[in-house]
Design a protein around this ligand. Structure first.
Ligand code: FES
Length: 117
């Protein structure tokens, strides 16, 4: 299977530099896109800024006890590791890989993906 090429972009100098709100989420602009970044139990995760259902702003939702993201509009719930709609409505939330390196925090976007998020 052909490996998907990932383009990495620096999103912050460190996790402490990310402007998290009290819900442990932040909207961050990187490479001309705004994404949602979430911190759950020291694990940093990232997803599309808008909900695939009806465009709710994911960073204004909340994280449940398992680290799933809950949309603020209709409370559909998504796994931030794989984008699965764990509350069962059949949607899929785009998620992104995040790496914490010594030069900073990086997010990976797959090359040639249509950026419709
Ligand atoms: S817009 Fe997110 S659940 Fe409806």
């Amino acid at each position: 299977m052909k490996q998907k090429k990932i383009n990495w972009h620096k999103l912050a100098d460190s996790v402490a530099e990310i402007p998290f709100s009290s819900n442990s989420m932040a909207s961050v602009s990187v490479a001309g896109k705004t994404i949602c970044v979430a911190l759950h139990k020291d694990q940093l995760m990232a997803c599309a800024q808008k909900c695939p259902h009806a465009g709710g702003m994911m960073a204004e939702g909340h994280l449940d006890a398992l680290g799933n993201i809950v949309c603020p509009l209709h409370r559909y719930k998504f796994n931030l590791q794989n984008g699965r709609n764990v509350s069962g409505e059949g949607y899929f939330l785009k998620t992104f890989r995040v790496e914490i390196r010594k030069e900073g925090v990086f997010v990976g976007f797959e090359e040639n993906k249509l950026f419709n998020w």
